[in-house]
Design a protein around this ligand. Structure first.
Ligand SMILES: NC(=O)c1ccc[n+]([C@@H]2O[C@H](COP(=O)([O-])OP(=O)(O)OC[C@H]3O[C@@H](n4cnc5c(N)ncnc54)[C@H](O)[C@@H]3O)[C@@H](O)[C@H]2O)c1
Length: 238
């Protein structure tokens, strides 16, 4: 596979290393210092673009790839207010994209567990639910995109919760997401249900960035030749 890396920070570099060990070619690397190379002509040389940049640049980067009809895998968080616009461009241009707040296979299994647990907990109002996430201090967005995805699934299932807040909740309808920034921390997410009788916790702890990178490479291999807007659930088949 011929890959363009859009964003060459911690994730871009990890993806480069792992993609090369799997025999893929990195034919274009774009970061903020060589944006002049981010052209339609250069994009025509690749099979797929993998975008891990920053919240302010993600949407324009994705748009550029989609308009050049290059399928794009994007993991950047903190820009998702524009996701439906990106999806529209994807569908209008007949291109393809996968957006995931977390590409790790383990986290996607964790998402499915969270969803199932929330479904059961809708009928158990004695449990108060809370999310906690811990990341390194350089992380730009808060709460994490992964925590927001967990919260959305809980809010969709548990009728007594109406919205999330990024602090301890002040009324029972709010779902608390507590964010902690500590070094070093590749990423921990924990969902806790607490009653007077007992506590149930599910927890995912990333040990390195490799899980995100391998998931993004697997998604890139899956999307080549497809059209449309997909999620990691489509890639993993659950
Ligand atoms: N979805 C996932 O699985 C997952 C996993 C880890 C991180 N992330 C997210 O991915 C993003 C990148 O993470 P990171 O740890 O690599 O961050 P990073 O800060 O190490 O790298 C970001 C890179 O983007 C570059 N950049 C800035 N403006 C740009 C532009 N206009 N075009 C291209 N590149 C530009 C920066 O110079 C930097 O090199 C963050 O939003 C992070 O939250 C997602």
């Amino acid at each position: 596979m011929k890959i363009a890396l859009i964003g060459y920070g911690k994730m871009g570099k990890t993806i480069e290393h792992l993609a090369k060990t799997k025999g893929h070619d990195i034919v274009l690397i774009i970061d903020k210092d060589n944006l002049q190379d981010f052209t339609k002509e250069n994009l025509q040389k690749v099979d797929v673009a993998i975008e891990f940049s920053q919240p302010e640049s993600a949407f324009e980067n994705i748009k550029k790839c989609l308009e050049a009809k290059v399928p794009v895998i994007t993991g950047t968080t903190g820009w998702l207010d524009k996701l439906s616009e990106a999806r529209q461009i994807c569908e209008q241009t007949g291109s393809a994209m996968i957006q995931a707040t977390n590409f790790s296979i383990g986290v996607n299994i964790f998402f499915a567990l969270n969803h199932y647990l929330a479904k059961m907990m809708n009928a158990q109002p004695q449990y108060e639910v809370k999310i906690e996430e811990i990341h390194h201090t350089q992380k730009l967005d808060k709460p994490s995109g992964t925590a927001i995805s967990l919260a959305k699934d809980i809010l969709n299932e548990i009728e007594r919760k109406t919205n999330w807040v990024n602090h301890e909740n002040s009324n029972p309808e709010e779902l608390a997401i507590i964010s902690k920034r500590i070094d070093p921390a590749p990423g921990t997410h924990e969902v806790t249900y607490q009653s007077e009788i007992d506590t149930i916790k599910i927890n995912h702890e990333a040990h390195s960035r490799e899980g995100f990178a391998l998931g993004a490479i697997a998604a890139a291999a899956w999307i080549v030749g497809k059209r449309g807007f997909f999620t990691m659930q489509d890639v993993l088949g659950f």
